[in-house]
Design a binder for this molecule. Structure first.
Ligand SMILES: Nc1nc2c(ncn2[C@@H]2O[C@H](COP(=O)(O)OP(=O)(O)OP(=O)(O)O)[C@@H](O)[C@H]2O)c(=O)[nH]1
Ligand SMILES: [Mg+2]
Length: 321
């Protein structure tokens, strides 16, 4: 009995230790840009310098800590990571491997380093899923050279399949100029870590129906989508495409002092267009913790104050229990 209790205790302790999320790939692939992008640090993106060695940051996602490692990809660093795999690659729970798809010349080098990384994982006896980001897949390329891009995508996947022997490799096409592409990828990847995500999804669906919303998205402060409900595909596209812009707009109010007399419940934004009404509201669950946000798409302007409060309480219980 006692032993079992101790075992369980150990398990809970392990499950709360930060999950390691590793970003790797060649230099200039766009790793740091992606990381800054989801943090909406747009002013920093224009002045990014090559990352020196391993940069670490801890952030919270759904009440759990994630240790994010951004491995600068210049050759001298890559050599040192491969030489000391225990120091850099061990304990990785999720790996994101970024490839610059515009740089065809360096494609063989990118695939060869991926192979090296996979070899180190095997040596360390870990098998984290690897998400390959075919990055710099900019909207202009998608618009003007779609067929060529599709072929390139197939070619890259095929080359990786032939060169790298690893079970769990998944692909996303991303671009910093298509922020929703990054948000979608990162949200899906991080949600896969969470047993709670299904419960949250159910809570959101119920809330969406109760408030007669066409769609509801729950976001965290890293722009990530924690859960969502969409009536149809059109609503989904509209909502996922607009989330980063509402967050950016909301960021611009950060230095505004709250005027006395302005109640918490008035703290929302409403955007109305073509008979569709977006309602955006910040939710703070815990003093000192990063806020969450909901974005609802409706056909009426009722902001459903009471329902939001009930919903927020439920979420708080799920996230922090
Ligand atoms: N066109 C385009 N350029 C991008 C995109 N993402 C990043 N870049 C550019 O690519 C260059 C390299 O970006 P970084 O994020 O510094 O690359 P990195 O992978 O962190 O590089 P290291 O730190 O040296 O490993 C910068 O000039 C970015 O502006 C994208 O989606 N499209
Ligand atoms: Mg970098």
């Amino acid at each position: 009995m006692t032993i079992q209790f101790l075992d369980e205790k150990k398990k809970t302790k392990e499950s709360v230790s930060p999950s390691k999320l590793l970003f790797t790939g060649l230099d200039n692939a766009g790793k740091t840009t992606i990381i800054q992008g989801i943090q909406r640090e747009f002013s920093k993106i224009a002045f990014l310098k090559p990352t020196r060695g391993a940069q670490r940051r801890i952030f919270e996602f759904m009440g759990r800590e994630i240790a994010e490692w951004d491995l600068g990809g210049q050759i001298s660093y890559r050599i040192s990571y491969l030489k000391n795999p225990g120091k850099y690659f061990d304990d990785t729970e999720i790996a994101i491997y970024v490839i610059d798809i515009v740089d065809r010349v360096r494609l063989p080098e990118a695939i060869s380093y991926l192979k090296d990384v996979v070899e180190r994982f095997k040596k360390l006896e870990i098998a984290p899923p690897i998400y390959v980001f075919l990055h710099k897949y900019d909207p202009a390329l998608r618009r003007n050279a779609l067929n060529e891009m599709k072929n390139l995508e197939i070619e890259i996947k095929d080359k990786i399949k032939r060169t790298v022997d690893y079970k769990e490799i998944f692909y996303y096409t991303t671009s910093i100029y298509d922020l929703p592409s990054i948000i979608k990828a990162m949200s899906e990847i991080l949600l896969s870590l969470y047993p709670k995500s299904e419960l949250i999804e159910k809570t959101i669906i119920e809330f969406g129906k109760k408030t007669y919303s066409d769609g509801v998205v729950l976001l965290d402060d890293n722009s990530l989508i924690v859960g969502s409900y969409y009536k149809d595909e059109e609503t989904k596209n509209l909502l996922t495409a607009s989330t980063p812009y509402f967050l950016t707009l909301n960021d611009s109010f950060i230095f505004t002092e709250v005027q006395p007399g302005h109640q918490q419940e008035e703290n929302h934004m409403i955007v109305q267009r073509y008979g569709k009404i977006f309602i955006f509201k910040q939710l703070t669950f815990k003093e000192g913790s990063s806020p969450y946000y909901i974005l609802m798409l409706k056909q009426d302007t009722n902001i459903n104050k009471d329902e939001i409060e009930t919903f927020a309480n439920l979420l708080k219980q799920i996230l922090y229990s």
